[in-house]
Design a protein. Structure first.
Length: 241
C-alpha cells in the first residue's frame, strides 16, 4: 500500500525564539514565552475559529522546517540521557523525524481580529519563530490528560539551574523594558540549561549566546549556576569577555 498526501501550512507561529539553540525541549517549560499564530489567507476567516475561545489550551501540529534537509535516522541520542544512549526515533521526540512533524500544547489567551488578520495569542510554546503550523486542535482535558501514564526516561520534569545576572546585565534589563517579562523569560529559558548534554557536570568556561526577540543574551556557567553577562541588540558586536 502506498499513500501520499500534500500538506500545506495553514498558519505560522511567531515566537521570541529566533534560533534553535535555547528553545525549551518540551512545551510548557517556559510559560512566560508569549507569541501568536497568524492564519494564512485560505483559513483567515472567523468561521475557522468559531468556538475556539471556550478552550484554554490548544494542540499545534507543526513542521520542523529547518531540519527537513538533514533527513532522519532510525536511532537518536536523547539529550535527557546525556547524549550517550541510543533509542529508536519513534521512542523519542527528536526533531529529526521521517515526516518532520511535531506537536505541542500551548495556552490560548485570546483571539484577535485586526485589519482583516486573525491571530491567536498563545504562550508556553517550544517553537522557533516562523514555524509553519499544519493543524490546530482544541486540548480536551478528560481525554488528553492521562494521570496514570508512564513517561519512560522522561517521567519527571528536568531539574532547573539557578540563573543570576551580572551588574551590567541587570542595568541592561532596565533599558529593554519594552520587551514583555524579559527577565522572567531569560530565567525560565536558561534554567533549562540548553547546553549540549555532554557539557553538563564538567568544567565549562565557554561563553554561550541565545537570541530572544532581537536581543543577544550572553551567558556562562559558574558555580553550578548560570550567569547572564550581557544583554545587547543582536546586531551589535558581541563582547569577547
Amino acid at each position: 500500500m502506498h499513500f501520499t498526501h500534500q500538506i500545506e501550512a495553514l498558519a505560522y507561529c511567531h515566537t521570541p525564539y529566533k534560533q534553535k539553540f535555547g528553545i525549551p525541549r518540551q512545551p510548557g517549560l517556559v510559560p512566560s514565552a508569549k507569541g501568536y499564530i497568524t492564519l494564512q489567507p485560505a483559513y483567515n476567516q472567523p468561521d475557522t475559529v468559531r468556538g475556539l475561545e471556550q478552550y484554554s489550551h490548544l494542540w499545534l501540529l507543526f513542521c520542523f522546517h529547518e531540519n527537513l534537509k538533514q533527513g532522519w535516522k532510525p536511532t537518536v541520542r536523547p539529550p535527557r540521557l546525556g547524549g550517550n544512549d541510543k533509542l529508536g526515533v519513534f521512542a523519542t521526540r527528536s526533531t529529526f523525524r521521517p515526516n518532520g512533524i511535531g506537536q505541542s500544547v500551548v495556552k490560548l489567551h485570546n483571539i484577535h481580529h485586526k485589519a482583516g488578520q486573525l491571530s491567536l495569542e498563545i504562550s508556553g510554546m517550544d517553537l522557533l519563530d516562523g514555524t509553519p503550523i499544519i493543524d490546530i486542535k482544541p486540548y480536551i482535558p478528560f481525554s488528553d490528560s492521562i494521570v496514570s501514564a508512564t513517561g519512560g526516561f522522561a517521567q519527571e520534569a528536568p531539574q532547573l539551574v539557578k540563573v543570576t545576572f551580572s551588574t551590567e546585565a541587570k542595568a541592561q534589563l532596565h533599558e529593554y523594558r519594552g520587551y514583555p517579562n524579559l527577565q522572567v523569560l531569560i530565567e525560565e529559558v536558561l534554567a533549562q540549561d540548553p547546553r549540549p548534554a555532554y557539557k553538563k557536570g564538567k568544567i565549562d568556561l565557554k561563553q554561550y549566546h541565545i537570541t530572544l526577540f532581537d536581543l543577544d543574551i550572553s551567558w556562562q556557567t559558574k558555580d553550578e549556576a548560570i550567569l547572564v553577562n550581557q544583554i545587547i541588540p543582536s546586531n551589535m558586536p558581541k563582547s569577547s569577555m
